[in-house]
Design a protein around this ligand. Sequence first.
Ligand code: GLY
Length: 579
Amino acid sequence: MLPIPDHRIKSRRYTFTCFAAVLLTLSSCATGSKTQTQAARRGVVADKAMVVSAHPDASNIGLEILRKGGNAYDAAIATQFALAVCYPVAGNIGGGGFLVYRQHTGETGALDFREKAPSAASRDMYLDSLGNVIPDLSLLGHLAAGVPGSVDGMVKIHEKLGSLPFAELVQPAIDLARRGVVLTERETRMLNNAKAQMLAHNKHTPYLVNRQADWQPGDKLYHLDLARTLERIRDKGRDGFYTGETADQIVKEMQRGGGLISHKDLLAYNAVWREPIKGQYKDLRIISMSPPSSGGIALLQLLTMVEPYDLKAYGWQQAPTIQLMTEAKRRVYADRATYLGDPDFYKVPVSGLLDQNYLKTRMSNVSLDQATASSEIKAGEVPIYESDQTTHFSIVDQFGNAASITTTINGGYGSMVVVEGAGFLLNNEMDDFSAKPGIPNMFGLIGGEANAVQPSKRMLSAMTPTIIEKAAKLYMVVGTPGGSTIITSVFQTILNVVEHGMTMQEAVAAPRFHHQWLPDEIQHEPDAISPEVRAILESKGYKLKQRNRYGAVEGILVLPNGKLEGGADPRGDDKAVGY
Ligand code: GLY
């Protein structure tokens, strides 16, 4: 076990430039200038209720539901459907996700509406006759799609937790789809980048493609087929998607492109209520997603592993802080590759993975003098292929209920397949299975038997929708997209607030770094690590690799006066709204 930092280390002043300011457009950050009070550095503050999501239209629709007396779960359903319209890169009805909730009574729970493998899926379906992975087969086109779970998820949330009529929660998305969505600069770029692949993987011309010319910022996108699909969901609930016209359209689409999802698979799809993962970090109670997400277990492992060390004294983004977080991440992602999978198919050793002594032992060979090589933890070498288009939203209502939802079609625009006539994209979640043990998926993550493809099994996720209590009261709601980086972004955001005194807005905006065991490198945003700290880390054997910005953390923090601070990630068009 490493010694807790002594006064010599505590008093040491690392040269620190406020890199976060570039991103934050704040004039100070946690370890920088104290000229601004914390209040002045906060994000949007609201008295009673708040929605933070990846798109202003979706946030505003959620807020409208809250204003008219709906609860956080009503608003979550409306926000999910709205994101399917205004944020097609990740918002969806053709994907899946997870809800973690905490009611004002203190009751907590989790809903797993993760996609499932079609019943005709098989272990080696992405391998050629020589046993090699066929490039892109699990990523692009019809075979990449799992059976969607989002619609059943929204129906189940409504049955258990909703208060307004279901139709009222779907209607705003329908109106938005017919009214049209104005494309932002970022969305325009993403859609234009996806154009060639969308044309390649659809027999029809998807309405998301502008054949004549590229989309321009300010263009309006009308989602008319999607509006009709949403009307069927509004009127018939799950039957509006899993049976009848929509189901026929999905199955026809599968037949056109050689996909596997059948009527039987759609009928059989069921979202499942699960017990969330719960644990303690200092005086905070962490409530996060259980398997088939690795997120909750991994987040708690990370927090437990760094808890004995005084990260606050070491300082934000200082070498020892980065080293300790990296060494914890390396070990946690190695566990993830071996032990995590769908609990309905594989016995995940949850208690063992969260055992305090086990986690203490895992950190016992960490040294601040030298990096541990990932090959010493477990051998392997993999490339990284970036894409992080999942989306998260956090909601708190006037009653004190909280909803934390991360939802995904996996890659940006999922499989690129738009169901003809139904106007929605299908996921490429099958890539989250381990196509072959030891071979990395899109995120560079490797897996084994626990996450092998099996009929009707759920693929392992990293999504980490999280709620935190302090003194038995709601304290934070947080989550993010980002594929393999989801877990470490949530981890870092929590520590930014709890250890480094940042506001919610600063914490979500602050530049991030990531390590996932393999490849053995610290991946970091451009301004995350100062040249001085880089030099220290490199001298100790760490490899560093700069990457594009990643993630879109959406957080809500309950302030000491009971008000809510929203943190909307400035990396996208994300927006916090409240009243
Ligand atoms: N598709 C990203 C995840 O579930 O982790």
